[in-house]
Design a protein around this ligand. Structure first.
Ligand code: SF4
Length: 346
């Protein structure tokens, strides 16, 4: 199905909204845009449009969305995961996370499935179907805003898919998230996470979009990384490091290395040595994330002794790190779990 046949008012400018809806007065496009940003889910809620206009629009378009929420899970911390059905039946997921200060982060998907095949990720076991359009990315954010009890202040592209393999739509979505007359999120509060797609990192640095970058490193050993992350067979650690040096030079920014700790796999003293060599000369912080087990995956979460021993190895080598045992981990887990289950049941 071509995008043009899909009705969605998201990731559209006020002028585009006015055109799509055939509004006689152009300022009405801005009114609709502002209502969508405020979280309206139907034209009936847009009370500064005249009643006859609201009923005409509602009768033509029951919803401004192209997608709908088909399942939602909440954990004890209040973090919520939504499964969203797209116009073509594809299922994706997005997550609302709360940090310890109470700030809300939306974790968004960029693709249906993923072609990257990382062995520690549930999405990697799902077939890649397609890239998400920019409006499908913004609709995830809007669905999460609807269930959030206060404004969402941060966005991370860490859901299903490799965002830099869908860079045009992701960058377009970022521009709508940033729009000062729209959601008004600071670029510094938007993080794009990549598995290490080198051409995408270079493309992002050329575009000079001042978002934060996170790289899922997982190990700084080429042999292990090629086993765990097939992307490393195309772009090895030396190539990845060169791209990160370039990104840092252009953006002047520190970036994050995501390090998923896996039992008996990547958290020995020699793994810490490899990591030290990779980090030397980079302005970087390592974010340690214990692997979250899942029936479909072959790995185990590390023991607390393993985590303690690895963090002390990092301390000895002066590698800056944080440990993310975040709220919502129990449902964020291996991304793709909820969507994978629903796809299998369909
Ligand atoms: S970790 Fe990211 S890039 Fe790798 S398979 Fe999962 S979704 Fe794809």
């Amino acid at each position: 199905m071509k995008d043009i046949e899909v009705f969605s008012l998201f990731a559209k400018t006020p002028a585009q909204i006015a055109d799509i809806l055939g509004l006689e007065k152009k300022f009405q496009g801005k009114q609709v845009y502002c209502w969508l940003v405020k979280g309206a889910q139907s034209f009936d809620e847009m009370t500064n449009l005249s009643l006859p206009l609201r009923s005409t629009l509602s009768s033509k378009h029951p919803s401004p969305f192209s997608s709908k929420v088909v399942s939602s899970q909440t954990d004890a911390s209040g973090a919520a995961k939504l499964a969203i059905q797209l116009h073509d039946g594809g299922i994706i997921e997005c997550v609302l996370l709360t940090d310890k200060e109470g700030d809300l982060t939306a974790c968004l998907s960029s693709q249906v499935g993923c072609a990257m095949g990382c062995r520690f990720c549930r999405t990697g076991t799902l077939r890649f179907k397609r890239n998400l359009a920019d409006y499908e990315i913004i609709e995830q954010f809007a669905h999460l805003c609807h269930i959030a009890e206060k404004p969402i202040t941060h966005v991370v592209f860490m859901g299903m898919g490799e965002p830099l393999a869908n860079i045009d739509n992701v960058v377009s979505a970022v521009s709508f998230l940033h729009d000062p007359e729209g959601y008004n999120l600071s670029h510094r509060r938007i993080t794009i996470s990549t598995c290490g797609l080198v051409p995408g990192i270079l493309d992002l640095s050329n575009r000079k979009v001042p978002v934060k970058l996170a790289v899922s490193l997982v190990t700084a050993n080429d042999e292990k990384r090629s086993f765990l992350m097939p992307v490393n067979r195309s772009f090895n650690l030396a190539q990845l490091r060169n791209a990160l040096v370039r990104f840092q030079k252009v953006s002047g920014r520190r970036f994050t290395l995501e390090y998923c700790m896996i039992h008996d796999m990547n958290i020995s003293a020699s793994d810490a040595d490899d990591l030290k060599r990779f980090c030397n000369g980079l302005e970087v912080v390592v974010n340690l994330i214990p692997f979250n087990p899942c029936n479909e995956l072959e790995f185990e979460t590390p023991t607390s002794e393993e985590i303690k021993s690895f963090t002390s190895a990092l301390d000895k080598r002066n590698i800056p790190y944080t440990i993310r045992i975040s709220r919502g981990r129990s449902i964020k887990g291996a991304c793709g779990q909820l969507a994978g289950k629903l796809q299998e049941e369909a």
